[in-house]
Ligand binder design. Structure first.
Ligand code: PXG
Length: 288
């Protein structure tokens, strides 16, 4: 059976799931999105994803043509018609079809797209062995120009960084901000462990406030590990005892090398491994 895709209230077979070439989502990257996971038939942190989607839409002055409850129900229904229990959900809201000009007032019909599928971002070995990062020259979007807190369809900033990372043979790229502070990777937030403490850049550094990041901060606090959101530099990364990334797609993934320098002893550290296990339990235990 072909995968069904939800577009604005109707289900279409994957090959027939199409939107207009005049949609400003395509013409200008004018829209917002979310990447969400479902574990054993239960959507992980649905409410937080709905809140972030609505905040992103508000920031770009886009009105989502349904309520959060209706969106949540449509997501559940899309998972159900596709028989997906453990999967990945991509929600996209575009400005809608308009004219060949920037003016969003010509777009009267925002499209809501829900795709559900399976995902595995990195091979299992990377979770056991850890991955390597490189700091790239592409800096993260300046918050005064386009806030990194908006999950918009404009991901060129991250894509350019990702290409730089790939060219250096790394599967993820570490992005700095305009002040040279550490922000995040192209689709994941970053954490360091230093003297038993968890350190991560604050939202003011110019990051997407990840939902996995929030979950890991909560898990660390519950385990009595101190967490500080403070500005970090490359130096802090180089001298860290441990490093890991968090994201919906990646979950929690250890980092063992940055800019060719081993982090700690060059293997996934104990706090990282503990938080990976705790995150898996949290996600699979269905706690919202
Ligand atoms: N930073 C950025 C820039 C992101 O795009 C995260 C951090 C992690 O946030 P969550 O809420 O997922 O913990 C993201 C989210 C992809 C993909 O295709 C990446 C994300 C979301 C959806 C798809 O790589 N990253």
């Amino acid at each position: 059976m072909a995968l069904k895709v939800f577009i604005s209230g109707k289900f279409y077979d994957k090959d027939d799931a199409k939107i207009s070439v005049f949609d400003h989502g395509l013409l200008y990257g004018d829209g917002v999105f979310e990447g969400i996971r479902s574990y054993a038939g239960k959507v992980f942190r649905m409410q937080q994803h709905m809140d972030r989607l609505w905040d992103s839409a508000k920031a770009i002055r886009l009105t989502i043509p349904m309520s959060k409850d209706e969106m949540a129900a449509a997501i559940e229904e899309t998972l159900r018609v596709n028989g997906i229990e453990d999967g990945y959900i991509r929600v996209v809201v575009t400005r809608g079809a308009g004219t060949l000009g920037l003016d969003p007032n010509h777009c009267s019909d925002p499209r809501v797209i829900i795709i559900t599928d399976h995902i595995s971002l990195y091979p299992k070995e990377l979770y056991d062995q850890g991955l390597e990062l490189i700091t790239v020259s592409t800096i993260r979007n300046h918050p005064a120009a386009l806030s990194p807190r908006i999950k918009s369809l404009n991901y060129l900033n991250n894509i350019l960084a990702k290409i730089e990372g790939f060219q250096a043979g790394c599967s993820e790229a570490l992005m700095l901000n305009q002040q040279g502070e550490v922000t995040e990777c192209t689709g994941d937030n970053i954490f360091l462990v230093r003297k038993g403490e968890l350190l991560t850049p604050p939202k003011e550094a110019g990051i997407l406030e990840g939902i996995t990041r929030d979950a890991v901060i909560e898990l660390a606090c519950e385990s009595g590990i101190s967490v500080r959101e403070i500005p970090l530099t490359k130096h802090d990364v180089y001298i860290a005892d441990e490093c890991f990334l968090t994201g919906t797609a990646a979950e929690v993934v250890p980092v063992v090398k940055v800019d060719s320098r081993p982090i700690g002893d060059g293997t996934p550290g104990p706090i990282t491994r503990d938080l990976m296990a705790k995150f898996h339990r949290l996600a699979r235990n269905h706690r919202a």
